[in-house]
Design a binder for this molecule. Structure first.
Ligand code: PEP
Length: 250
């Protein structure tokens, strides 16, 4: 399986900064041969057209959106539809990122609606799941991951599974500098894999599971070597082209 290295630029970068980072990255990618890697960049909505433009002729890079609303159209002030994203040339979205769950109140039920809506509309979805520190300390890791995975992946049509990936991102490791240790990542990814296979059957073995949470150039190799780690979702360290590229090379 190709490793997916994804960049979440969150609510950072002006248009000019996004274009510059993308151009720098394109230059570095063009200078190397990395056949086992696929890169996905999730810029802010307003920066998507510039980043798409920069990577228009770079097939190993896809550009996705960090969010969308699960309805075709309607009176949803401030929201964006998949049709609008599709119009720009986007075909990938994130769903269930911990910042949307914990800062913006997205529930498991809403994340499930978003996941199935986007997959049914032909989009690729990177479903983000992960436990809080309190949940981990209460011994609830497997129960939380099972609940988040189970609700989002119930009743998905089989023909959309090739467009699904899952990102395990412990909430306590996102943006904190605290990366989960190898044993913690192994345990969580094994639990997610077994849950995904239980829900989706054998097709679940091919669903990429990414790790996210304070990934940096110096821990990327170790993480990518672990069983069931099929890629990385990178926030802070993806904002700089050189540090992100070191992770892509890992
Ligand atoms: C993220 O935003 O998905 C993330 C993992 O952020 P960071 O790498 O900064 O922890």
């Amino acid at each position: 399986m190709q490793k997916i290295i994804a960049a979440n630029w969150k609510m950072y970068k002006s248009r000019q900064e996004a274009r510059k980072t993308a151009v720098d990255l394109r230059g570095m990618l063009a200078a190397e041969d990395l056949p086992g890697k696929r890169v996905v960049i999730f810029p802010s909505f307003t920066n998507i057209p510039d980043v798409l433009d920069v990577f228009a002729a770079t097939p190993c890079v896809a550009v996705g959106a960090q969010n969308f609303y699960p309805a075709s159209e309607g009176a949803y002030t401030g929201e964006i539809s998949l049709a609008m994203l599709g119009d720009m040339g986007v075909s990938q979205v994130l769903a269930g990122h911990s910042e949307r769950r914990h800062l913006l109140g997205e529930t498991d039920e809403f994340v499930a609606r978003k996941t199935s809506f986007a997959l049914n509309q032909g989009f690729s979805v990177m479903l983000c799941i992960g436990e809080t520190l309190a949940e981990r300390e209460a011994g609830d890791l497997v129960r939380i991951l099972s609940r988040q995975t189970g609700s989002a992946l119930a009743d998905l049509p089989e023909d959309c599974l090739a467009r699904l990936s899952v990102a395990y991102e412990p909430v306590w490791a996102i943006g904190t500098g605290k990366v989960a240790g190898p044993a913690e990542v192994l345990e969580a990814h094994a639990a997610v894999r077994s849950r995904v296979v239980r829900i989706l059957g054998d097709a679940g073995r091919n669903v990429p599971i990414l790790y996210g949470g304070s990934v940096k150039p110096d821990n990327a190799v170790t993480l990518l070597e672990l069983d069931n780690v099929d890629g990385l979702l990178v926030g802070g360290a993806s904002l700089n082209a050189e540090s992100f590229m070191q992770i892509v090379r890992a």
